[in-house]
Ligand binder design. Structure first.
Ligand code: PEP
Ligand code: MN
Length: 339
């Protein structure tokens, strides 16, 4: 339920509504807009009948039910777009951002070369997996804490904030000490204990869409983070399973536009996992920005043929620099593309 306050409602009246919402067994989410304050009553164990009495409380303009199941992630309660600050880089503002780096951190030398290369090409954040969710248990699983140390060193040298995946609840405290943004991988999108744990951190979360998740399921996964207390969430479309066999996944461009329509959260696109094929990454990067993405995640390896994971979809530093130049020319801002 949304409680729209009158533009001239006093602080006391707003506080009264918050108190009543809590007394009725709901969480109160206060959104202070330029014109008026709006208060969301969210939860599943409250007494809705009693809440309806707020219609006649002083300072209340109207009560409006929230029709979407994702109450806090949707735009009914909050129409203003969310901008997430990751170590000083703003995701969801007027300029698109690029997270780039290797699929896996493989060695100090490999990471530093990638970090310097992506920084010189204009990337805004550095990625690199320390804990890798691999389909086969026999594949490279990541260097763990050693990789986190290399990532920290790369941030110190380049100044680029770090994005890295956290695979389980037991790793959240450790990975949070190193990372500026915690990635929830596609396979973990509906790992509800992990989402609940990440809701309690102060680190921004990058929530990848599951390979066979609907947009609604993806937004409901984000709802776990917001309802648990972490509003710094960025969505990332990374391709879904379809019948197409030439590509690893199908980058779902319509899902980017739809997620932006339904949610105030920023949305990134990952054309590396979204296609699995290096040659189409520049085209899909441009397409994703045109569809409304707030930025990209791109895998870059100093020598893709030697990569321990995802070499076929990794750009080398030169190809990444070319992609960045091509992206800059016709569309310096997202707004520039859309008009
Ligand atoms: C990754 O970003 O390296 C990764 C494993 O991505 P996804 O979870 O989308 O497969
Ligand atoms: Mn990868």
């Amino acid at each position: 339920m949304i409680v729209n306050m009158n533009p001239e409602a006093t602080e006391e009246q707003i506080q009264h509504v918050i108190d009543r919402i809590k007394e009725c067994g709901f969480q109160a989410h206060v959104i202070r807009g330029a014109e008026r304050t709006v208060i969301g009553a969210v939860g599943n164990s409250g007494r809705r009948g009693e809440l309806e009495g707020l219609q006649v409380a002083p300072g209340v303009a109207a009560l409006v039910p929230i029709s979407q199941p994702f109450k806090l992630v949707g735009r009914e309660l909050r129409s203003e777009r969310t901008v997430v600050d990751v170590g000083g880089v703003k995701i969801g503002g007027p300029n698109w951002v690029v997270i780039a780096g290797p699929c896996s951190v493989e060695s100090r030398a490999q990471l530093m070369e990638a970090a310097r290369g992506v920084q010189a090409a204009g990337a805004h954040l550095l990625r690199g997996g320390a804990y890798k969710p691999r389909t086969s248990p026999y594949d490279f699983q990541g260097l763990g804490i050693e990789a986190l140390e290399f990532l920290r060193e790369a941030r110190e040298e380049t100044g680029l904030p770090i994005v890295t995946e956290v695979m389980g609840t037991e790793d959240v405290t450790l990975v949070s000490e190193y990372a500026d943004m915690l990635q929830v991988g596609a396979r973990n999108m509906q790992n509800f204990p992990l989402l609940r744990r990440l809701a309690k951190t102060d680190r921004p979360v990058l929530l990848k869409r599951g390979p066979s998740a609907t947009v609604k399921e993806w937004l409901l996964a984000a709802e776990y983070l917001l309802s648990g207390g972490n509003a710094n969430v960025v969505l990332c479309e990374r391709g879904i399973k379809t019948f197409e066999s030439e590509l690893r996944n199908t980058l779902d461009l319509a899902a980017i536009a739809l997620a932006k329509e339904l949610s105030h959260l920023p949305v990134l696109a990952d054309p590396s996992h979204g296609t699995g094929r290096r040659s189409v990454i520049p085209a899909m990067s441009r397409a994703a920005i045109a569809a409304g993405a707030d930025g990209l995640m791109i895998e870059v390896h100093p020598c893709p043929e030697r990569a321990l994971s995802d070499g076929a979809q990794s750009l080398d530093v030169t190809a990444f620099a070319r992609l960045m130049q091509d992206m800059e020319r016709p569309m310096a801002t997202r707004a520039g593309v859309l008009v």
